[in-house]
Design a protein around this ligand. Sequence first.
Ligand code: ATP
Length: 514
Amino acid sequence: MAQQEDVFKKLISHCKEYGFVFPSSEIYDGLSAVYDYGQMGVELKNNLKKYWWDSMVLMHENIVGIDSAIFMHPTIWKASGHVDAFNDPLIDNRDSKKRYRADVLIEEQLAKYDDKIDKEVAKAAKRFGEAFDEALFRVTNPRVVENLQKKEVLHQRFAEALNQNDLEALRQIILDEEIVCPVSGSKNWTEVRQFNLMFSTEMGSTADGAMKVYLRPETAQGIFVNYLNVQKTGRMKIPFGIAQIGKAFRNEIVARQFIFRMREFEQMEMQFFVKPGTELEWFEKWKEIRLKWHKALGLGDHKYRFHDHEKLAHYANAATDIEFQLPFGFKEVEGIHSRTDFDLSNHEKYSGKSIKYFDPELNESYVPYVVETSIGLDRTFLSILAGSYEEETLPGGESRVLLHLPPALAPVKLAILPLVKKDGLPEKARQIINELRFDFKCQYDEKDSIGRRYRRQDAIGTPFCATVDHDTLQDNAVTVRDRDSMEQIRVPIEELRSLISDKVDLKQLLKKQA
Ligand code: ATP
């Protein structure tokens, strides 16, 4: 495990050193769980988006895309359950470093008073037998009365604090009641903080009574509220899907592990609308399609597995994760959920508008069921980097660090390297780039020895390097080196385009799934 952690650390510094991922706001010491993609990272990310987008929208006649706004009507988050579901007051114990819900700690304390009272009553009942008057005992026994009073006072304070959203009052209750941490046994508590995964902000000027709006915590709701617009204008027939790529925001409390858990991240989601009753069949189909998509990347089939949810969310009737073996274990990169008609029905209820689909074949209207595939772009990015990073020892004892990126996703497809910086070789190299730049991303590099230049390209995962040497000026051919095998072949310049294009084309990945 320690070795794996080491690999992970190296991967993080590799990402920084070669311009894949930088900590956000680094010169101000960073912003926790927020990252920026650098010059290489953005290329890889864009290629990855295109791979997903084309797999959905190009490869399926019945899937179309949208791009909905990040800001949405706040009632949407009420309907989806996000407003109510993510509101927990949290408190930490400084000694055990354990985090608790402040309201739960107080509820447990309330229950303790009840326990004490019940014990007194049970004891007395035993003692007095038949003659026991429980009602009288409860209002006259000093210990019961005292506990009851304490409980009432606590209950009242608790209700008030909750209703007024008074976190300081919640904390004071915990201190006054001398509630201890079950792990450390101490009363060393932090402040109480409201735990809501959603970020909110204000829209409009405060003077006019600004509206509280949320940064979406998932892209899916933008699809749900548009599904009928798309269905009608696109003349879509069920079953059909809507795909979307976009930013999502979650105020993750336990945020670590680099770009695995971020506060601002990107999702690629597809909601597939089906006839009620057919959703589990579609769920199985989408599981299979999505796993194939991942495996086509060639990082190793054994690194993927399904993980069915032990506990289903209230809206789902089936759910699974596709997990990838990262240096810190198998982790979720994509969720596939059968979300029933939960979201659409709730939007119908909250908006007061009918969003039923009219099925021309059945001649009836219904609220469709939804199967969703929801993949994290950043997590997939991380899985691809982790799965392709290698420190290789070469036969001569030398070593190199390389990224075995799928050629179609690599930021640079071909590096053109003049052997020396003179004798007309740089000009020849530029001439080749000028012809090929319309087809794929090329990079020119003339600095340092050819060996060091190869290493730099290996480190960013460039699948091919073409060296322009003195012979090139005579035979119009270059030496092409393959990143993985390091084999070199002589290729006429006029054949370069077709040779490289074929290997770096996204089609290579798309065809593997057909
Ligand atoms: P987790 O259990 O890890 O918090 P989740 O089950 O809440 O994830 P979903 O709501 O199913 O995640 O979101 C779908 C996908 O979005 C996830 O599979 C993941 O790839 C991505 N994702 C979710 N939260 C984050 C995050 N904080 N940072 C990066 N990606 C994320």
